[in-house]
Design a protein around this ligand. Structure first.
Ligand code: PMV
Length: 310
């Protein structure tokens, strides 16, 4: 029986989370150590489209899933784009990306579904098409997403991202080793983004100038990454974290992990993603990576992932 399989990586935001929602540039990179996988085959029972997600004990026909269901939406939008109607399929989704932790789980699951269905119908999608369909689904997870998650996951490479503008691939002058520390605190993105939006609406000028400072950091970081200047990248990460703290986006455990990473010799550290929980990242060198990972675990990280950006 014909069967296709596709994967999509997780992601981290290096610079510019939140300010990216307001039009400032941001930098994100894929994390291939975690990934979402989708397998598509004909439904042997032949009686409709069956969605299976063993990680969350889900086994349900698409016809029973509501419009607000992200898995179902990804499948429906993709079948529409393929002009495929509703053939009898079995669609199985698994993921090693922790949910609601800022690692792009939702976007990666959508991208894996879109690619696996495209392959099944012998119509492989271009990365931009994958990103566009995944963006529709992101609106359910995030409310008002900037589009950075679906873009980095669909293109699976480092990006310099400005909302609504064509993707710019980022050249990495020298490999950068990041240690990701997970607080284990689930923090839905739409809540943090919504809270910040409400606060900004009361004082737009002040918030917008803060966002512009973050945008300037992302610009500076772009050149530092391109010329392989890890020391500057680390310094800029620290500055970005300080601004996110000012904005009330951090969490005591995120700050503790950032401090522990710096004490263990990181070149820089910051929260990554929506904040109020989720993940932080530390810039290491091959020599300091394992000490920083151990320090994060000792300071309370429930999971530590090492990834090298090239
Ligand atoms: O999905 P997360 O938690 O990495 O957050 C996305 C980044 C935000 O800038 C906070 C939101 C957005 O849509 O860009």
């Amino acid at each position: 029986m014909n069967s296709t399989k596709a994967t999509a990586p997780g992601k981290i935001i290096l610079f510019g989370e939140h300010s990216v929602v307001y039009g400032q540039p941001a930098i994100a990179v894929p994390v291939s150590q975690v990934q979402a996988t989708c397998t598509v085959r004909e439904n042997p029972a032949g009686d409709g489209i069956l969605l299976i997600a063993p990680d969350i004990d889900r086994r349900e026909y698409l016809s029973a899933a509501g419009d607000g269901d992200p898995l179902a939406l990804a499948v429906r939008r993709t079948l529409d784009a393929l002009g495929a109607g509703a053939p009898p399929l079995e669609i199985t989704v698994t993921s090693t990306i922790p949910i609601a932790c800022g690692l792009g789980s939702g976007a990666a699951i959508s991208a894996a579904i879109i690619r696996a269905l495209g392959a099944f119908f012998r119509h492989p999608f271009e990365p931009q098409q994958v990103s566009d369909i995944a963006f529709e689904v992101e609106k359910i997870y995030h409310g008002t997403p900037s589009g950075i998650d679906n873009t980095v996951v669909a293109f699976a490479q480092p990006i310099f991202f400005v909302k609504g503008q064509p993707i710019e691939r980022l050249t990495v002058g020298a490999p950068l080793t990041f240690i990701i520390g997970d607080t284990g605190i689930k923090s839905p993105t739409y809540k943090v983004v919504g809270d910040l939006r409400a606060r900004r609406s009361e004082n737009p000028a002040v918030y917008d100038s803060t966002f512009a400072r973050m945008g300037a950091l992302a610009q500076e970081a772009r050149s530092a990454i391109e010329r392989g200047d890890a020391v500057s990248v680390g310094r800029l990460m620290g500055e970005n974290h300080a601004i996110l703290r000012e904005l009330g986006i951090s969490h005591p455990l995120l700050d503790a992990l950032v401090g522990a990473a710096m004490d263990a010799g990181a070149l820089g550290a910051k929260l990554s993603g929506a904040g109020w929980g989720g993940n932080m990242i530390a810039l290491a060198t091959p020599a300091t990576a394992s000490a920083i990972g151990a320090a994060l675990t000792a300071a309370g990280a429930v999971r530590v992932i090492e990834t090298v950006v090239r």
